[in-house]
Design a protein around this ligand. Structure first.
Ligand SMILES: Cc1cc2nc3c(=O)[nH]c(=O)nc-3n(C[C@H](O)[C@H](O)[C@H](O)COP(=O)(O)OP(=O)(O)OC[C@H]3O[C@@H](n4cnc5c(N)ncnc54)[C@H](O)[C@@H]3O)c2cc1C
Length: 305
């Protein structure tokens, strides 16, 4: 979450995070989810972003893993049932935190829209040597009880805009975009919506068939899958390369669009640089960068020489 550091200073143990451009750092902007205080007093000016509803209070709630479905060798759908009488209200695109011991947390976007949320669906990518995701892939069972906190983040669709939208997902960055698209399409929104889904090979486009069905059902919806590393057995005759480059090739005038993007930090950083350089106004770009959790980044920083 960005803010304006108007007095005092902060530092980042691992250096400037990918989510903060050098030009933003020079303008005293800070990334509050990664910054550590470096002076006794700090004044932060925050621009308040009001969600379109007042009901999405952040709650810490017990829940149960109701079901696990393997979507791809490295992607698991996790279905959570909230075990509380309280309602869990959220906006399509937001994420939640799964709480680990010692108040540590792991963030995951909610992949289903609020109008179909009896269970909350997450799409979790296995991270090599990752504490939580490895557990999940090596036998976490249905019925496991966990605590979640949410809804979190400001990554929701600005429905008041009249511009067409480009939605760009890298890997499981598709998850929050899926929630947004289902929210819009299933409720009859007619604006042009174009999903670009970037993945390494065909198996990573784990809902390709479903998304292709949407193109047949909704005339205002377009879909472009882009593979960066197709395997010979994929027999892929679609687009190849980096997904954000495909978007730039297809749209000379990117400033006509609102752009929503989620996925690996390097992809988000490339989009922030290249789309803004191409003329996309900053306030038409919305993103969630899938960074590792703050406790892991801090631990890594402590291990640096
Ligand atoms: C807003 C947001 C939304 C997200 N949504 C999604 C989503 O929908 N789907 C999804 O798949 N991901 C999502 N992510 C990313 C997800 O949160 C991370 O992949 C997840 O936290 C990994 O958890 P883990 O416990 O498995 O790995 P961690 O234990 O956090 O480890 C991460 C990596 O750091 C390494 N590591 C850990 N400790 C150390 C150490 N001391 N020194 C050196 N290296 C170390 C591990 O080996 C591993 O490679 C999201 C992230 C954010 C911020």
């Amino acid at each position: 979450m960005p803010g304006q550091n108007s007095a005092g200073s902060v530092h980042y143990p691992l250096g400037r995070p990918l989510g903060l451009l050098a030009v933003e750092e020079r303008a005293s902007q800070v990334l509050l989810c990664q910054a550590y205080p470096a002076s006794a007093e700090i004044v932060i000016e925050a621009r308040e972003i009001k969600p379109p509803t007042t009901q999405n209070e952040i709650k810490n709630l017990p829940s149960r893993i109701e079901r696990l479905d393997r979507l791809a060798p490295d992607v698991m759908a996790v279905f959570l049932r909230i075990l509380a009488r309280e309602q869990f209200n959220y906006l399509a695109g937001q994420y939640l935190d799964i709480m680990l011991p010692q108040n540590r947390r792991r963030s995951f976007s909610i992949a289903n829209p609020p109008h179909d949320a009896e269970l909350l669906e997450l799409h979790v990518r296995r991270v090599s040597r990752g504490e939580f995701t490895q557990q999940l892939f090596s036998g976490a069972a249905a019925n496991t009880l966990i605590r979640i906190e949410g809804p979190l983040g400001q990554f929701w669709f600005r429905e008041e805009s009249r511009r067409p939208a480009l939605l760009i997902g890298g890997g499981t960055g598709y998850a929050p975009l899926r929630a947004m698209l289902r929210h819009l399409l299933e409720r009859g929104d007619r604006r042009p919506l174009h999903l670009y889904w970037g993945a390494q090979s065909r198996v990573d486009l784990y809902e390709d068939a479903l998304v292709r069905e949407w193109t047949a059902r909704y005339p205002n919806f377009k879909y472009t899958p882009v593979l960066s590393n197709p395997r010979p057995e994929d027999a892929w005759d679609g687009r190849t390369g980096l997904v954000h480059k495909a978007v730039l090739e297809d749209h000379v005038d990117i400033a006509e669009f609102d752009v929503y993007t989620a996925g690996p930090p390097a992809m988000i950083e490339a989009i922030r640089h290249e789309f803004i350089a191409r003329g996309l106004p900053r306030d038409q770009l919305f993103f969630d960068s899938f960074d590792f959790a703050p406790d892991v980044l801090a631990k890594r920083a402590r291990q640096l020489p």
